[in-house]
Write a protein that binds this ligand. Structure first.
Ligand code: CA
Length: 223
């Protein structure tokens, strides 16, 4: 799950990235509304955390503009503005949740998970393929009745492939989803995760196979 964090306080932004990373989210930081607009145009995000007082403008107005352009991703407003009129304005502009700083990172992660569970094209929580059933909220994977333990990246990788079951997903798209801008990704980091996941699926007789499509990407297919 990839989150765009729009926050001009660099220290807070980094704390959010680190805290969310431990809880299974990859976070990118945008320090201005301009940066946020660019990030949304080049990358796919599952949700956004939005501060309201940004150096180049007001987050409420910007959010309303994004909504008008049909940007539908879940948005959690995280702000110091705690007045009732502010909350109402933020939610009316298209915020899905409104949290006043300071926030506990555990609560923030729980609220993001709750947003991602809401009905919508991107929020289906149970994915199935072959004998596999993956719960995207709890990150638990079962093959039939057998629980399969996955490392965080393996779970993220599997989720991407299950959401595109039967289609080739490019290596680039997977890397963009798994790793944030700032992370140094070694050339074979993805392959290592792919081969571990592939082995776990075959050991568990998952009823589907993770194929490598040479020079393009990866494909999960039911047997
Ligand atoms: Ca601010």
């Amino acid at each position: 799950m990839r989150i765009l964090i729009v926050e001009d306080n660099q220290r807070l932004a980094q704390l959010l990235v680190d805290g969310l990373q431990h809880r299974g989210f990859a976070g990118d930081i945008a320090g201005t509304l301009d940066d946020a607009t660019s990030a949304l145009s080049v990358s796919q995000y599952d949700a956004m955390i939005l501060d309201l007082g940004l150096p180049d403008g007001d987050g409420v107005k910007w959010l309303a503009e994004q909504r008008a352009r049909n940007h539908l991703l879940p948005v959690l407003i995280l702000t110091g503005r705690d007045g009732l009129p502010d909350r109402i304005a933020g939610l009316n502009a298209g915020g899905d949740d409104y949290v006043v700083k300071p926030v506990d990172i555990e609560e923030l992660a729980a609220r993001i998970r709750a947003l991602l569970r809401r009905p919508g094209p991107r929020s289906q929580t149970r994915l199935e393929a072959g004998h596999l059933c993956f719960d995207t909220a709890s990150r638990e994977l079962h093959s039939g009745d057998v629980r399969i333990d996955l490392a965080r990246r393996e779970a993220d990788l599997l989720e991407i492939l299950m959401r595109r079951l039967g289609s080739v997903v490019t290596r680039e798209a997977i890397e963009n989803a798994l790793y944030s801008f700032e992370e140094a990704v070694t050339p074979n980091a993805l392959e290592v995760n792919v081969s571990r996941l592939r082995k776990k699926l075959s050991d568990a007789e998952a009823g589907c196979t993770l194929h490598t499509v040479r020079g393009v990407g990866y494909l999960l297919q039911e047997n």
